[in-house]
Design a protein around this ligand. Structure first.
Ligand code: AMP
Ligand code: MG
Length: 433
């Protein structure tokens, strides 16, 4: 039996960061930057006004007050996106809109609110360029002026290689004029379900058959974590069917299979995996999800890592969460991928008696008065996907701990981050009549 940490370390040692690709900016959201980006020009490019108002020479407003306003000649107007041809002379002013470059000669902006502007109708005002405006307040030198380069100087580093693109990084790259960006490519993950009992969703279901849940839960995990799932469908428990499907899957960057790796199974999956690739079968000290296969296939000189998840739907999700997700993160160039681990107060007894395995019970974590509380989502059978449906977290009960009492603190891994309100009671609703 190996520990979860040993298993993860071995898996991560087999996966590499994928190569970069150039992508349209918006499509790269969530991907990792594969280049250092610095600014090609000053942002903002020119000194400009932060307010709608009047561009003035600050010294012309000296002593201005509501009781003794200063009167200035309005010699023009400038809107955002235009440059005022000419300069602001002594005793004169130019009407200016937010974002417009500050005209030559001006060194402060007086907002409309500090003038008699609100008493004029703007259209009339713009027709009478020779009008006057009265200023009620002294302007300090540089007042309301945003300086060229105050956000970013030309040549200044903006975002570094390794950063994940969030909306803010996307925005700043666009403000630098970038339409495309170099990011680490998303991994393609081939997903294969195995087992004679499985039927594809949407098909009629004979009584002894069950629908394939794993391809969809794991496919959704892949997608949520930034990979591109490729569902290969269901392989029957025959050598030929499995071999063909596995080969199809080797076009991808990673192959994930589910089922057929436990002890009691027909050994067909194990046999084919072992024959086609360099695969180890592990017994991991965790609950759920003890049996796990991991290894590599070779295809056209490439190494394709393979994770063989256990078949039980909860086990396959939990093992993908603990091993598949980090592998995907590494391929995508992410380093800061650890889930938030919290201390939470157990609201009920949690039993972990048995064969010394770390217990990832499905639980619901809620915040109350600044503390976190964890309660289990009902029965914890590894085939009961509803235990995941009603959970927002997993407990981390150490192998050597047999029992947790209500009120004791435990570690929990948050899967979905919220205050727990929308998670209801954390148990299935009553069945209807
Ligand atoms: P196995 O690992 O093949 O022994 O499967 C363990 C259990 O998981 C069995 O009850 C299977 O029917 C079930 N199982 C396997 N694959 C799937 C799947 N794709 N969707 C739902 N249940 C599955
Ligand atoms: Mg099976």
């Amino acid at each position: 039996m190996i520990t979860v940490d040993e298993a993860l370390e071995r898996i991560l040692s087999y996966v590499d960061v994928l190569e970069p690709e150039e992508k349209p900016l918006l499509e790269a959201l969530g991907q990792v930057l594969a280049e250092d980006v610095s600014s090609g020009f000053d942002i903002p490019p020119l000194d400009n006004t932060a307010m709608d108002g009047y561009a003035v020479r600050a010294e012309d407003t000296r002593g201005a007050s509501p009781d003794s306003p200063v009167q200035l000649r309005v010699t023009g107007e400038v809107a955002a996106g235009y440059v005022f041809e000419g300069a602001v002379a002594a005793g004169a002013t130019v009407r200016i809109m937010t974002g417009a470059p500050v005209p030559a000669g001006a060194d402060a902006i007086v907002p409309f609110e500090e003038t008699d502007e609100p008493f004029h109708k703007a259209p009339e005002r713009s027709q009478q360029v020779d009008a006057t405006v009265r200023v009620f307040k002294e302007a300090h030198l540089g007042a309301n002026i945003r300086r060229a380069g105050e956000d970013l100087r030309r040549g200044q580093p903006v975002v570094q290689k390794g950063r994940v693109l969030r909306p803010s990084e996307t925005g700043v790259l666009a403000s630098l004029g970038r339409a495309t960006v170099k990011v680490v490519r998303r991994p393609q993950v081939a997903i294969l379900s195995t087992g004679d009992e499985l039927v594809e969703a949407g098909q009629p279901r004979p009584p002894a058959k069950i629908y394939d849940a794993n391809a969809y839960s794991v496919g959704a995990q892949v997608q949520r974590y930034g990979g591109v799932p490729r569902l290969l469908g269901i392989a029957k428990d025959t050598v030929d069917a499995l071999t063909a499907k596995i080969n199809e899957g080797l076009e991808a960057d990673m192959l994930v299979t589910s089922a057929g790796v436990s002890r009691g199974d027909y050994d067909i999956v194990k046999e084919v995996l072992a024959r086609e690739g360099d695969i180890d079968f592990w017994t991991v000290a965790m609950k759920p999800g003890k049996p796990l296969a991991f290894g590599c296939f070779r295809k056209d000189g490439r190494r394709v890592p393979h994770i063989g998840l256990p078949g039980n739907p909860v086990s396959s999700m939990v093992t993908f969460e603990l091993f598949g997700r980090p592998a995907l993160m590494k391929m995508m160039g992410k380093t800061d991928w650890q889930r938030p681990l919290l201390r939470a107060v157990a609201e009920e007894r949690i039993v972990n008696r048995g064969d010394a395995r770390r217990f990832y019970a499905r639980c619901i974590v809620r915040e109350r008065d600044g503390r976190y509380y964890a309660s289990l989502t009902g029965p914890q059978g590894s085939g009961m996907l509803t235990s995941m449906v009603y959970a927002n977290a997993l407990t981390v009960i150490p192998p050597e701990v047999d029992e947790i009492q209500p009120g004791e603190e435990i570690d929990v891994i948050m899967l979905d981050w919220s205050h727990g309100e929308e998670w209801g009671t954390g148990s299935p609703p009553e069945a209807g009549p």
